[in-house]
Design a protein. Structure first.
Ligand code: AMP
Ligand code: MG
Length: 318
């Protein structure tokens, strides 16, 4: 059920987490499906609800630096610099794990992904629970991430007892994930913090393609709606058919009468575009169209994360 994220319901949700339950809650990126990260059985329920493969590790959400130190084995200087610059916020750090994190959380890896969310409800929930919260996005594996409580309910329904409603997620795309290695920083997923910003405070970020998939963000398709997605440079050539949808980058006058049009931004603001991305995809997907066309956007800053999600959605049907 959906409950408003008042103090009362946050405390009820925290109580459920302490008892080994699973709750959905808002973060600034997307809605998460959380459980006590220190309780393997509780975390197993997340995989069951999401139908998520066990090879796919979860992000551990913390609300203090003290909690961070409990879940990692080492905190190198470069990680501290990133934390200082971007936490709380949409940056996830992959670091050597401590012994208290169960294997199920990290899919057997000796590293753990950690993030301190900025969303007030997420912070309050973690504080009230008193434990780090392991949470992937609150959607079935591979499908569009939820950016409203209604998205969570329509995708997971009664499988989640408590869905805390904190409104629409302000960032709207998942966190950027970086791995901190001795040799430097490796990008595992584009997301809410632009790579350029990380490089400005922590030096070069390499975007190497590893053989093994470390983040499903690296799978060829993910974040996909049911409807076929086709990326296009020039939307003016699309036939004006009512079985089509278009996601346009900016608002402008177009000749279409029949096509279902949604806009990512008013005038090209990438932050606004990111925040609206999954909302547009969810809305058009619900119309059961034959194709959703998506206008290509500039691959700079947050545009990289947006295009990454659109390309992965397109790859599902090609
Ligand atoms: P989600 O929360 O559903 O957006 O997914 C979390 C992402 O973090 C997935 O892409 C995971 O593969 C990635 N991740 C979590 N832990 C690790 C880790 N130890 N090493 C690499 N990637 C990780
Ligand atoms: Mg996800």
């Amino acid at each position: 059920m959906i409950y408003p994220a008042t103090e009362t319901f946050i405390h009820e949700a925290a109580h459920s987490i302490r008892l080994g339950g699973v709750v959905a809650f808002p973060t600034e990126t997307v809605y998460g499906l959380g459980a006590n990260a220190l309780n393997a059985e509780a975390v197993a329920k997340i995989f069951e609800i999401k139908q998520r493969p066990f090879f796919d590790p979860l992000i551990v959400h913390v609300a203090s630096h003290e909690m961070t130190r409990e879940v990692v084995a080492t905190l190198p200087d470069i990680a501290l610099r990133c934390m200082k610059a971007f936490w709380p916020g949409p940056l996830t750090l992959v670091l050597p794990k401590s012994a208290i994190i169960p294997q199920i959380v990290t899919a057997g890896l000796d590293t753990v992904a950690v993030r301190m969310p900025e969303h007030e409800v997420a912070q309050k929930l973690i504080h009230a629970s008193g434990v780090p919260i392991a949470a992937p996005s609150a959607n079935p594996f591979g499908y569009l991430s939820p950016t409203t409580a209604e998205h969570v309910f329509s995708q997971l329904g009664d499988k989640v007892e408590i869905i805390l409603d904190g409104g629409k997620c302000p960032v709207g795309v998942e966190s950027t994930i970086i791995k901190i290695e001795d040799e430097g920083i490796v990008l595992l997923r584009y997301g809410g913090i632009p790579v350029e910003d990380i490089e400005a405070v922590a030096g070069k970020v390499s975007v190497i393609r590893k053989q093994e998939v470390e983040a499903p963000g690296q799978l060829p398709y993910h974040y996909a709606p049911e409807t076929k997605i086709v990326l296009v440079k020039d939307v003016s050539k699309i036939p004006d058919d009512s079985s089509y949808g278009i996601i346009m980058y900016k608002k402008r006058d177009v000749a279409f009468k029949n096509i279902h049009i949604m806009y990512l931004s008013d005038d090209g603001d990438l932050r606004q575009a990111a925040a609206n991305l999954f909302t547009c995809l969810h809305a058009l997907d619900a119309l059961r169209l034959s194709v959703i066309y998506a206008e290509e956007i500039p691959e700079i800053g947050l545009g990289k994360a947006i295009m990454d999600r659109l390309k992965k959605a397109q790859a599902r049907h090609s």
